[in-house]
Design a binder for this molecule. Sequence first.
Ligand code: DHB
Ligand code: FE
Length: 279
Amino acid sequence: MIEIVGGVATSHVPSIGAAVDHGKTGEPYWRPLFRGYERARQWMAEAKPDVVLIVYNDHACAFSIDLVPTFLLGVADQFQPADEGYGARQVPVVDGHPELAWHLYESLVLDEFDMTLCHSMTVDHGLTVPLSIMCGEPDAWPCKVIPLCVNVIQYPPPTGLRCYKLGKAIRRALDSYGSNLRVAIFGTGGMSHQLQGERAGLINEEFDAAFLDKLSSDPQSLTAIGHHDYILQAGSEGIELVMWLIMRGALDAEVKEIYRHYHVPASNTAAGLIILEND
Ligand code: DHB
Ligand code: FE
């Protein structure tokens, strides 16, 4: 049986990874952000998941815009960090969990979520930065990882409601797995940010605070937020927040909020982190 040890949602800003990689986390700009990550790392070390399902988006790194799967599951043994234009991050290779990944793939497709199947791909900052945030700088990542990649870069991305329902289907899949494993689910991206255009640099602290509140207490209400509202209120890249709803859908209706951290800015982004456990 699978024990779901918890769900984590966190921003995945690339320069957070660069700050770790270049020893800058103690500098005045980064210190308050990383101080807030200490409690999250402690949770991770105590929760000891065997496998983490990481919901993230590829930023045209592993896949060019010639190929844009809406939902994709990685079933490989290993995933190498992507070269995003300045050399691959010098972080450990990401070990997959093919057996559970294949179980998820079968269960989700038969449950009418037609996932794209991926046997080989690299993983970009969307996946490796959350690992750095939660695990620090180990010689090897302390858990296996199943990448679940979501299109949030080419219109139209899946709706928040579709993502929440996918989370519920993931839960059904996890609940029907035969072997004993401790599993955590990460939703990544967000919170409010816009990287381009006239409103570049947009941050909406009020929207983010309400989103964090509702993610804990009333996630269903967040499924009513449409694409247009995300862009208007949370900026063009704020749409990444739909990935948090996949994580939340996989948890119980009632959850305990274990920890929350919010810091503005991290690069162009309102960096949020929340840890939830089934009640
Ligand atoms: C930034 C944030 C992101 O989510 C991303 O994918 C790339 C850049 C940023 O704030 O710099
Ligand atoms: Fe992003």
